[in-house]
Ligand binder design. Structure first.
Ligand SMILES: C[S@@+](CC[C@H](N)C(=O)[O-])C[C@H]1O[C@@H](n2cnc3c(N)ncnc32)[C@H](O)[C@@H]1O
Length: 466
């Protein structure tokens, strides 16, 4: 069963109301429910028409999972207006529909076979990066929507802001996204986080009505390209700020991924003194306690790289060489998949020590609220669960840290960051980079000099963000 999550009747009825709002379908109109499961939306369309004593339009349900077919056939076989197709909705088809309504499958890329991934990548603009099947369903549905038609889908809210959904936002923005409803979090119980109903007309772009979870509404103009929508939906004008955090930083990245922390990260206490030349204090997200500004790492990272970022030859590693060659250590290191492409004792990713070993601001990758710590000495090596922000001007590190800790920066991050479990914020570097910085803060952080904003940043090529 690929991505089967049935839609509750109340939500189905809301969506069918939106589908036919201001219109009355005729017997000649066509309605499609792609990935119809047990036919909840087919039932919803029938109820809607029966209540208004209207003839049924021609309804098609497409479902690829044969296990739903007996239930579907039992329910709808006697209705001439309904046809059930046992088919893959993501196969080529040219049939267009006047109305499309549904709850597409949520299947992450990890749930797809290699053949499926290759096929989807060849066919769909939305099959980019770590895509999810619901993005492809959206694209296919847009393709099959007849001119003047309307599409109503319920999906996770994530497509409004995740980078992977940029191509979908771009496709949607070519049509009229009539309404976006951020519906109750518990609509599907625990199964779908932050569900969202999207109403799209096959018509030129126009304004979009947004209904937020607190019931307030706003009408917005969505950006034409694949930019994240969430800030626009929340009426965040700070999106227009000229200077972004990236403009003030030399580097803004995720910490070091060794690929074998059990080997390279050791307790600082009791460390063999012969290993000290290769040992750098290191910190992981779980060691950053929101209640304290203190940074006293209890662990060190053994780093076989030189300050120039090059992996040192084994023969120059002295005591570290003996440690790495220990049978259990070597066995652990050669078992990593990354060593197919690099020397067996290399890190998963090359640590950019040149930038890392500088005064910097640290934050956890996931947290209930954003917190920032300052590593003034520049000695700490952040691990993969920590992001680090290296200001261009070390002397003004406090100006940037103070701004990052301010209510306005927190509010922006709250609106723009992806959510992890329990509503925690996921602080990713591409989001942090876009954090708007007020002019006065930018100027102070640059030591009083004016700062060039994004787009007018001549040094972009020498910056490294990931
Ligand atoms: C989230 S469920 C929704 C079911 C139903 N529409 C509802 O709302 O109750 C998605 C459905 O899509 C079906 N599905 C998954 N991949 C499909 C594909 N490629 N073609 C057709 N159906 C598919 C699944 O079997 C599942 O029944």
């Amino acid at each position: 069963m690929k991505g089967f999550v049935p839609t509750p009747r109340e939500t189905v009825d809301t969506m069918v109301d939106l589908l036919f709002r201001g219109r009355s379908p005729t017997a000649d109109n066509t309605v499609l429910d792609p990935g119809c499961g047990t036919g909840e939306f087919i039932g919803g369309v029938i109820r809607w028409c029966q209540r208004r004593r209207l003839p049924l339009p021609r309804i098609t349900g497409v479902e690829s999972d044969p296990c739903h077919l007996p239930a579907l056939r039992a329910k709808y076989d006697r209705l001439r207006a309904v046809s059930i197709e046992h088919a893959d909705f993501l196969e080529d088809s040219r049939t267009a529909y006047d109305y499309i309504v549904g709850n597409p499958p949520y299947v992450p890329i990890t749930g797809l076979s290699e053949a499926e991934k290759a096929r989807y990548r060849a066919r769909y603009a939305t099959a980019r990066g770590r895509f999810d099947l619901y993005l492809l369903f959206f694209e296919e549905a847009l393709r099959r929507l007849a001119p003047g038609g309307r599409l109503v889908f319920i999906t996770p809210e994530k497509y409004l802001y995740v980078e992977t959904a940029g191509p979908l936002r771009e496709l949607l923005a070519r049509r009229h996204v009539e309404e976006i409803l951020l519906v109750r979090e518990d609509t599907f119980g625990e199964l779908v986080t932050y569900p969202t109903i999207t109403v799209v007309g096959h018509a030129p772009p126009g304004r979009t009505q947004v209904v937020r979870r607190d019931g307030t509404t706003v009408t917005v103009k969505l950006p034409p390209r694949g930019d994240p929508w969430l800030p626009f939906l929340e009426g965040d004008v700070s999106q227009c700020a000229a200077v972004r955090l990236a403009d003030l930083c030399l580097r803004l990245s995720c910490g070091v991924a060794t690929g074998a922390d059990s080997v390279f990260v050791r307790p600082a206490e009791g460390l063999d003194p012969a290993l000290r030349p290769f040992a750098h204090p290191t910190i992981a997200g779980r060691e950053l306690a929101p209640a304290t500004t203190d940074l006293t790492p209890r662990f060190i990272m053994l780093i076989p790289y030189g300050a120039d970022g090059r992996l040192m030859p084994l023969g120059q590693l002295g005591a570290l060489q003996s440690y790495l060659l220990r049978h259990d250590v070597r066995r652990r290191l050669v078992a990593r998949t990354c060593v197919k492409r690099k020397p067996w004792y290399a890190f998963h990713e090359t640590p950019v020590l040149r930038d890392i070993l500088r005064p910097k601001i640290l934050c956890k990758d996931i947290g209930e609220t954003p917190h920032f710590w300052i590593d003034r000495s520049g000695e700490i090596v952040p691990r993969h669960s920590v992001y680090y922000i290296v200001p261009r001007e070390s002397a003004t590190i406090d100006v940037i840290a103070d701004y990052l800790r301010s209510p306005s920066a927190h509010e922006w991050l709250r609106r723009n960051c992806q959510r992890a479990a329990k509503g925690f914020l996921r602080l990713q570097s591409h989001v942090l980079q876009r954090l708007p910085v007020p002019d006065n803060v930018a100027r102070a952080a640059a030591g009083g000099r004016p700062v060039l904003g994004a787009g007018a940043r001549p040094l972009q090529a020498e910056l490294s963000f990931r």
